[in-house]
Design a protein around this ligand. Structure first.
Ligand code: AMP
Length: 423
């Protein structure tokens, strides 16, 4: 072991388990590509100010969890704690919203960084796949995103996820609700920090997980009872579209995203097999964000799904993913001449699309065959000097142990035939 370890709250993705992470990313991306979302990649760091405005100064993410630093040139930057603000910044900077083709639909995949207290399912470096649909106010777009996330989870074989749904109202009805909620909360017995939160970000108090707070929240005014007619109608349409699509959801009137520019539809995907870190993904409408970043009014909606927690949810349900075979054929040369011949065969097999590996390091037959078995390959291709003198190599079926000869010139087609026959 080296003297160094992965930093606290982080972990390494190593083979073979790392294949599951790739499969999860791919499974989330596939329905998005299929629905017209284009891939976007933004830098891993941005100006601190973007996150302060785009995520919100009063949030834990910005006030406590951001990895911010000053560069040698004096710029204040931060590792991204989430990607929505970055994506919107990039879309505005490139004027994609002026292409006349709204909404701009994009998806991303990448690392996020938050200085959180680490525990199972909560890391300081984690991975999200996200989608944003920018520049349209249409309940079908909100429904589309929720349906696509549900499709992604189901395509992975997950069944234990639940969708929680709420509406946060808009600029008309939310301030009225906010004031009513503040009045209710000011009458409760709460600690200093929570009292401060009532003034800054009262909706967040509804999200408090502590028992002593939850007990007092019974009877709190709830947003769904305060929605204006337009928001009520919008929300009803989202619900109807989801129902028509056969996507089950639960109304959760306490579900919030406590920032002023989050509007209307808000949702979370939870999985009950994950203990306290039960959210596997979340999102919602953020009609005010573009203006907060100095852009035009661009009503938008998006989500981010956590890759790490999706993998944990799969483990919790005992789902085994069908992963692509890593190695089908393992070549074992015995002697220098065979090395040259089999190395050329390996290259030809790979070009023909057959996943092939090679016993490097000039090991003996026994060690090399052990590696062949460990690689998961179905066939071992073995050749020594005597075989080559006859223009042949040996093909060993690693399951049955049966060994047959194959002319060197026939290696590629014969292996293709054998693999196809085995299915
Ligand atoms: P958020 O950006 O906070 O809405 O989170 C969206 C999703 O990202 C969550 O539902 C989690 O699956 C994942 N996530 C957020 N924070 C963490 C973390 N510290 N560690 C692992 N996954 C996280």
């Amino acid at each position: 072991m080296s003297t160094f370890k992965a930093p606290k709250g982080t972990y390494d993705l190593l083979p073979p388990d790392s294949a599951r992470f790739l499969a999860v990313r791919e499974a989330i991306a596939t329905p998005l590509r299929n629905a017209g979302y284009g891939y976007i990649e933004t830098p891993g760091f941005e100006s601190v100010e973007l996150f302060a405005r785009g995520v919100g100064e009063s949030t834990d993410i910005v006030s406590k969890e951001m990895y911010s630093f000053t560069t040698k040139g004096g710029d204040q930057l931060a590792l991204r704690p989430e990607s929505t603000a970055s994506v919107l910044r990039a879309v505005l900077e490139a004027n994609l919203h002026k292409s006349g083709n709204l909404p701009v639909k994009v998806w991303y995949s990448g690392s996020q960084y938050r200085y959180e207290r680490p525990q199972k399912g909560r890391y300081r470096h984690f991975s999200q796949v996200g989608a944003e649909a920018i520049g349209a106010e249409d309940p079908a777009l909100d429904a589309e995103l929720i349906i696509l996330a549900d499709q992604a989870y189901r395509s992975l074989g997950l069944t234990g996820h639940r969708i929680l749904l709420n509406s946060l109202g808009d600029r008309t009805c939310r301030p009225v609700y906010r004031a009513a909620l503040q009045e209710f909360l000011r009458g409760l017995d709460l600690d200093e920090e929570t009292r401060r939160r009532i003034e800054l970000n009262p909706l967040r108090v509804l999200d408090d997980k502590r028992d002593e707070v939850r007990k007092q929240l019974v009877g709190a005014p709830l947003m769904p009872d305060h929605l204006c007619e337009a928001c009520k109608a919008y929300h009803e349409q989202v619900r109807e579209l989801l129902t028509a699509a056969g996507v089950r959801f639960e109304d959760d009137p306490k579900l919030v995203r406590g920032l002023d520019y989050y509007t209307r539809t808000t949702f979370e995907f939870v999985h009950d097999g994950l203990g306290s870190q039960s959210a596997v993904g979340g999102g919602g409408r953020y009609d005010g964000l573009s203006e907060m970043l100095g852009g035009p009014a661009l009503p938008s909606v998006g989500w981010a799904l956590g890759v790490d927690r999706t993998v944990l949810a799969l483990e919790a349900e005992g789902v085994r993913l069908e992963l692509p075979a890593t190695t089908s054929v393992y070549a074992v040369p015995l002697g220098d001449e065979a090395r040259g011949v089999l190395f050329a065969a390996v290259t030809a097999l790979r070009e023909a699309g057959v996943a092939t590996d090679f016993a490097f390091g000039g090991r003996g037959l026994k060690g090399a065959m052990k590696s062949a078995n460990r690689s998961g390959a179905r066939l071992a291709l073995i050749a020594g000097e005597r075989d080559l003198a006859e223009g042949k190599a040996q093909l060993k079926d690693l399951e049955s142990g049966e060994q047959t000869e194959v002319p060197v010139a026939e290696i590629v087609p014969e292996i293709q035939r054998r693999l196809a026959a085995q299915g």
